[in-house]
Ligand binder design. Structure first.
Ligand SMILES: N[C@@H](CCC(=O)N[C@@H](CS)C(=O)NCC(=O)O)C(=O)O
Length: 207
């Protein structure tokens, strides 16, 4: 069986839990409490030297960290990753955007301001950049979604999963989605898919 190391309130971990649910996979869930340092133990660093979640262990024991790689691996051969060359490149376009222009600002703001006690004080020097670059990412997304139902074509793909995780919680990082109606419409649309689960969902096989 697949095993996922993840943290319940981590948006990057949620991407992996969400695709596993959307695709109806059974999996075992291992909670890694970042706030207690579970990700910095020798045992965890041996699995992922980056000390991050999520991390997927395949049924044959191979190990895959990085949410984008996990999404890509699980989506292969499903409607969440189109075969057609350009459509596939569009999925990658938005997944690269998410890692470079979205998660480092909206995701980091949510993590430090919402999950870490004293995070605002610790990260004071980054708040302005997070705000500027985060709103810029939302503007780019809104402009694309004003003309498209989803990020790559007219059906949901792993690009939507990657971007949904932190965007639907952007208010927890201090972002106001009111000026981005197309983003709000997409959040609503994305959440209506069969198999959709919220961030705090865990499978019944979880300990
Ligand atoms: N690029 C990685 C980022 C993963 C990441 O930042 N995970 C956070 C939780 S949301 C984490 O493990 N933080 C702990 C740390 O970096 O020490 C991915 O997309 O999986």
């Amino acid at each position: 069986m697949l095993k996922l190391y993840s943290m319940k309130l981590s948006a990057n971990s949620y991407k992996a839990r969400l695709i596993l649910s959307l695709l109806g996979h059974q999996f075992q869930l291992e909670e890694v409490d970042l706030l207690s340092g579970d990700n910095r133990t020798p045992a965890y660093l041996a699995l992922n030297p980056a000390g991050q979640v999520p991390l997927l262990v395949l049924s044959d024991g191979r190990i895959l960290p990085e949410s984008g790689a996990i999404l890509h691996y699980l989506a292969e051969g499903t409607a969440l990753l189109p075969d057609e060359r350009f459509a596939r490149a569009e999925v990658l376009r938005w997944m690269f955007f998410e890692q470079h222009s979205h998660d480092p600002f909206i995701g980091q703001a949510r993590f430090w301001l919402h999950l870490v006690r004293g995070g605002r004080e610790l990260k004071q020097n980054l708040l302005e950049e997070w705000e500027d670059r985060g709103y810029e990412a939302l503007r780019v997304m809104n402009s694309h979604l004003a003309a498209h139902a989803f990020f790559a074509g007219e059906a949901p793909s792993v690009a939507d999963i990657a971007l949904y995780a932190n965007t639907h919680l952007a208010d927890e990082g201090g972002f106001d989605l009111a000026p981005f109606p197309a983003v709000r419409g997409w959040i609503e649309r994305f959440g209506r898919q069969p198999g959709f689960v919220p961030i705090d969902w865990a499978p019944e096989t979880a300990p």
